[in-house]
Design a protein around this ligand. Structure first.
Ligand code: ADP
Ligand code: MG
Length: 579
């Protein structure tokens, strides 16, 4: 073939391919532009996993009318002028490629207004060409709408995955930026449903609660900021899981370098190293590590889309991360409390697993009646999350609650929540030993589900098998249930499957614990005794004994309290007995 110069259009599509791989790359680039524009409020809406529609709005500085069209020229940027600037990049963008690339492979609408302009500018582009331009009213800031991604690149379109997978990639990017910029408010809406929101309170822990849920968010240990000078210019902050909280892979180690999410095997290893001897084998921590260093110490200009950076001194970065995390674990990791000697009752010896919850107990909101604490009370009996003192069952109340008495007063237990907790820990323990008991149904039961639910179950047959299910596709959107986890043997198989599918849908996002735990929670919810069920005394006693053995007896797996505690002192106060 003779050598030819590629047409402008083909060349720009090839270049676009470097930047825009899938819908989430569009979201990433647009959100970065919003952050660079000093926005406080960034909102992302998608339809069909972003394949059909992506809409990002911000309240940032906007683009002056005279420059709007220029923003779509390749290599046009307001963030860099000289090659020298490349050595000290403090913005997320600098190549001036993203808008041009996205516009080349979609139908794009750009509406922007600076604060001092009376009206905004609207530009419409198709396949990179401007097809319309007009004045347009909008509040200061910028809104970019990207429709029909890859409409003119069928080869690319073919490689897009299911909507759910594409959504997941978008979720991952948005939560990363929310973590890197806790002062900004992010919202993510898929197909009309808000799936994620960060509060913009400038507290990373608040963002972590939004991303990982209250239990994990509260348990994470803050890496204390220590001024690195004069030893080095590298500042490491963030959060790391206590040794009792771990994951099956390293995917929960999130790294940021100068506000940029990075994938870096060495720094990831530095975090893992910090946990040396503290974690079971093949288990990994959950951590969000934020590295800040002078821009000239790190090269971010490695690849247009890949999240790679190069450090001038890689060893120093490794050491700084490893040290900061290790120090956090040694200094902040919860230690088992020495057994306090409560006034009147013998204390229970500290039990395994107690330590994990010491810290949780300091942070979690307490149920009504537990806020006040006087010195005379047993601190152990007070803080939710601890191991329980031995309780004596007094009786059942309203066929919903169990009244019990302990060293430090009265306990009112929610029988359903308490049973959920017991079953949940039992199921997870069996799962860890790969000994989950399964019970065959008398007759295999075909259950018709929505296509979405059936699809999700089909994708997770192995996970379900590990939890004691025997389920198989039965044609169309019907699943055949042969066996259920023994603990849920009495539950309605349809109800269980529907709940499990719902958990899979949510648990599938990187936003919620592990998928397996989410499924286990649903199983236990269905299997637990319900409110309104009469319990015999032995049943109540069995339940209370089992709860005492739990690692987290004071909350149900969904995070609600299992019990309310009324202390001896509170009772005395209420009755006017104390002076
Ligand atoms: P880069 O971010 O590398 O500069 P882009 O192609 O992403 O390149 O954007 C080109 C230019 O358009 C930016 O430099 C900026 O001046 C302007 N721009 C893009 N998005 C926004 C936005 N949301 N708010 C304000 N300006 C923007
Ligand atoms: Mg950009």
């Amino acid at each position: 073939m003779p050598i030819r110069v590629l047409s402008e259009q083909v060349a720009s599509q090839i270049a676009a391919g470097e930047v825009v791989e899938r819908p989430s790359s569009v979201v990433k680039e647009l959100v970065e532009n919003s952050i660079d524009a000093d926005a406080r409020d960034i909102r992302v809406e998608t339809r069909a996993g972003g394949k059909k529609f992506i809409h990002v709005t911000d309240d940032g500085c906007g683009v002056p009318a005279t420059e709007a069209a220029l923003a779509f020229h390749r290599h046009s940027t307001s963030k860099l002028t000289t090659a020298d600037d490349l050595t000290r990049i403090s913005t997320l963008g600098f190549r001036g490629e993203a808008l041009a690339s996205i516009a080349a492979v979609s139908r794009l609408t750009f509406v922007t207004r600076t604060a001092d302009a009376p009206l905004g500018t609207l530009l419409r582009l198709e396949g990179g060409r401007v097809v319309a331009r007009q004045e347009s009213g909008r509040p200061p800031g910028t809104a970019v709408t990207v429709e029909d991604l890859f409409f003119n690149v069928p080869a690319r379109r073919k490689f897009l995955r299911t909507e759910r997978t594409e959504r997941r990639h978008i979720d991952a990017w948005l939560t990363r930026y929310a973590m890197a910029y806790p002062a900004l408010r992010f919202a993510l809406i898929h197909d009309g449903r808000t799936v994620f929101q960060s509060p913009g309170t400038d507290s990373l822990r608040d963002v972590l609660v939004a991303v990982y849920g209250l239990e994990i968010g509260a348990a994470l240990l803050e890496i204390p900021p220590v001024d690195p000078r004069p030893a080095s210019d590298i500042l490491v902050t963030g959060f790391a899981s206590p040794p009792s909280l771990h994951r099956a892979n390293r995917g929960y180690i999130t790294l940021f370098v100068n506000g940029r999410w990075v994938q870096d095997a060495r720094l990831t290893y530095a975090v893992i190293q910090a946990y040396h001897t503290l974690l079971p084998s093949k288990r990994y921590p959950l951590a969000v590590v934020i590295v800040q260093l002078p821009p000239e110490e790190v090269d971010v200009n490695v690849h247009p889309a890949k999240a790679e950076v190069r450090f001038r001194d890689g060893d120093a970065a490794f050491r700084a991360v490893q040290k900061a995390v290790r120090r956090t674990l040694l200094e902040r990791s919860p230690v088992p409390v020495a057994a306090h000697a409560p006034t009147a009752w013998p204390s229970t010896p500290p039990q395994g697993g107690q330590e994990r919850h010491e810290r949780l107990s300091q942070l979690r909101l307490r149920p009504a009646g537990e806020q006040r604490r006087t010195e005379a009370e047993s601190p152990r009996a007070e803080s939710p999350g601890d191991t329980l003192p031995p309780l004596r069952v007094v009786g059942q109340l309203g066929t919903t609650y169990i009244v019990a008495e302990g060293p430090a007063g009265m306990y009112l237990l929610d029988q359903h929540a308490a049973h959920e907790r017991v079953l949940f820990e039992q199921l997870l323990a069996e799962r860890q030993r790969a000994t989950v008991a399964s019970q065959a149904l008398l007759e295999p039961q075909p259950i018709e589900l929505t296509a979405e639910a059936a699809g999700l179950l089909e994708e997770h047959l192995e996970l379900l098998g590990n939890l004691g299910f025997q389920v198989e596709p039965f044609g169309g959107t019907t699943m055949l249930v042969r066996a259920l986890p023994s603990i849920a043997a009495q539950a309605d198989p349809r109800q269980v499957l529907e709940d499990v599918a719902a958990a899979l849908e949510i648990g599938d996002a990187p936003l919620a614990g592990t998928v397996e735990e989410a499924v286990a929670r649903q199983v236990c919810k269905q299997a637990a005794v319900k409110a309104g069920q009469v319990l015999a005394r032995e049943e109540m006693e069995g339940l209370v004994r089992a709860l005492e053995r739990c690692t987290s007896p004071r909350t149900c797996p969904h995070g609600r309290p299992t019990m309310i505690h009324l202390s001896v002192e509170q009772l005395a106060r209420e009755f006017g007995r104390s002076g």
